[in-house]
Ligand binder design. Structure first.
Ligand SMILES: [Zn+2]
Length: 160
């Protein structure tokens, strides 16, 4: 899906990109600029700001009011609203940093570009087509799994 996140939702934007969604993120944009971009690019505006959410709806933009104390709660809420799958599929994942798509790469292609120990330890690597960052399922992956598991549990518990 196509989203546009407001300045408060940088972390949340990175999560959605990881899940394969195209999320523009404007760190410093006025409400008017956010609204204009959402309308022009047909993106769903994501905001924690209820006033901005209401304004967006009144102006005919698609918007979602992001609620939740933790990332897991926020993810569960947006998943419920848009039927988003809370699982990482690297075939569709986007770069959390720049929002470009990522593509698998070989060990040979990245030799010398990442630490040797990392190269030895992991089998699969990806490179971002936009910013050129490398990705692998490193130690942080456990944390990602934990948050998504928690989000899925919240989602299940909300089902009637
Ligand atoms: Zn990137």
């Amino acid at each position: 899906m196509y989203f546009l996140a407001d300045g408060m939702l940088g972390r949340f934007a990175r999560w959605l990109r990881l899940l394969g969604h195209d999320v523009e993120y404007f760190k410093q944009a006025s409400d008017a600029e956010l609204l204009e971009a959402a309308l022009k690019e047909h993106r769903i505006l994501l905001t924690c700001d209820l006033a901005l959410y209401r304004l967006a709806i009144a102006r005919g933009a698609d918007a979602f009011h992001v609620e939740g104390k933790t990332e897991a709660e926020k993810l569960a809420n947006i998943a419920k609203r848009f039927q988003i799958t809370l699982e990482v599929n690297t075939k569709v994942s986007r770069c959390p940093i720049c929002n470009s798509s990522i593509t698998p790469t070989s060990k040979d292609a990245i030799r010398g570009k990442i630490p040797k120990s990392t190269l030895r330890r992991y089998k699969e690597f990806w490179v971002c087509k936009g910013c050129g960052r490398y990705y692998w399922r490193g130690s942080h992956w456990k944390k990602i799994d934990e948050v998504l598991t928690k989000a899925n549990m919240i989602l299940q518990s909300q089902k009637p």
